[in-house]
Ligand binder design. Structure first.
Ligand SMILES: [Cu+2]
Length: 355
């Protein structure tokens, strides 16, 4: 239920308490029911940080990705509890992969076997990993790793694309909405047909934030924030958390005339993204990042919860190009950022325009 609507319902119940007894069939029963509902609404406390997580703020742990064979890669990640600034001055004690939300970008090649290790540093709760990029029996490959234990799993990544990953431990919605999600890119063996045209690449991820660790709000509520983050494709690239401000205050950059490629992924947990870059048309789009799903001339790319895409466009003039989800209620909740286009591709210090 919409949060404003929730307040309206509580208000309406209060009014019905006042009005009860005005000649309905069973005014006493009706009044009691209305009173019980109001009490229940008032008693619903703000969910708190669970005891073992109180005071816990584990330093981010760098992801380890190591190629150990021509078609074999070791990936080591952590499950951990880390404070994330989701809006200016507002921190969320997130359940995370590696202390980032979304988690760090994982990049492998089509045909790789992934040897995956999950170190669960959470003292209280089991966690797990569900890579959408692989084939495995979930009961085995995505099994829980208990607190303070380490699990290892092996599976092939045979489909190229831009995929979501997330913790799949029950209740999965709580694990995702509290922060345990991210993106894995499986690079196509033969590349994309437009590889040679691309001048600059970024990763953008959309996710939502709700009331703290509140499964009821995750289930029935609307997001408090919908946000974008960018993740490092290579050493030295920017790597941000999903917040309302960073990609407005410090825009992504491009040089006028360049073709920009964005690997984009909507990790939800609940909402669809209508990804759009203002002032451009996507020349080429690969739905879910598979070269076979090649589309041309798109204004907006729909990303279902978990969906990904590769989009490419040319920035023809100097200026600020906001990227948004064109579901503008969500842009208003934070899901917009700026791609700043300058003569040199460096920040020229000029003001940007945002949505
Ligand atoms: Cu989890």
């Amino acid at each position: 239920m919409n949060k404003v609507l929730k307040m309206a319902v509580v208000g309406a119940l209060s009014i019905s308490v006042l009005l009860a007894g005005c000649g309905t069939a069973d005014p006493e029963a009706e009044q009691k029911e209305a009173e019980d509902n109001v009490v229940a609404a008032e008693e619903k406390k703000e969910p708190e940080v669970i005891k073992p997580h109180q005071g816990l703020n584990q330093e981010p742990t760098p992801i380890k990705i190591e190629r150990v064979g021509e078609n074999e890669v070791n990936v080591e990640m952590t499950a951990q509890i880390t404070d994330i600034e989701i809006a200016p001055g507002e921190f969320y004690k997130a359940w995370t992969f590696n202390g980032e939300v979304p988690g760090p970008l994982v990049v492998v090649e089509e045909g790789d076997v992934i040897n995956f290790t999950l170190k669960n540093m959470d003292p209280a709760i089991p966690h797990s990993m569900d890579f959408h990029a692989v084939h495995t029996a979930p009961s085995k490959g995505f099994a829980n790793v208990e607190p303070d234990e380490t699990g290892t799993f092996t599976y092939p990544a045979n489909n190229p694309g831009v995929f979501m990953y997330h913790c799949g431990t029950n209740p999965t919605l709580s694990h995702i909405a509290n922060g345990m999600h991210g993106t894995i890119i499986v690079k196509p063996k033969d590349g994309y047909p437009t590889d040679d045209l691309v001048d600059r690449e970024y990763v953008l991820i959309q996710n939502e934030w709700y009331d703290y660790n509140d499964l009821e709000d995750f289930t029935y509520g609307e997001p408090n924030y919908v946000v974008f983050s960018t993740k490092a494709l290579k050493d030295g690239d920017r790597n941000t958390n999903g917040d309302t401000f960073t990609l407005k205050d410090e825009p992504l950059l491009a040089k006028v005339g360049e073709r920009v490629r964005i690997y984009v992924n909507n990790v939800g947990p609940n909402e669809v993204s209508s990804f759009h870059v203002v002032g451009t048309v996507f020349e080429d789009v690969y739905i879910d990042g598979n070269p076979y799903n090649h589309m041309k001339g798109m204004q907006t790319v729909q990303l279902p919860a978990s969906g990904g895409a590769v989009v490419e466009f040319v920035v023809t003039e100097v200026g600020s190009y906001p990227f948004v989800t064109h579901q503008f209620e969500h842009a208003q909740m934070g899901a917009s950022g700026i791609l700043k286009v300058t003569e040199t591709g460096e920040d020229d210090g000029k003001a940007t325009m945002s949505h």
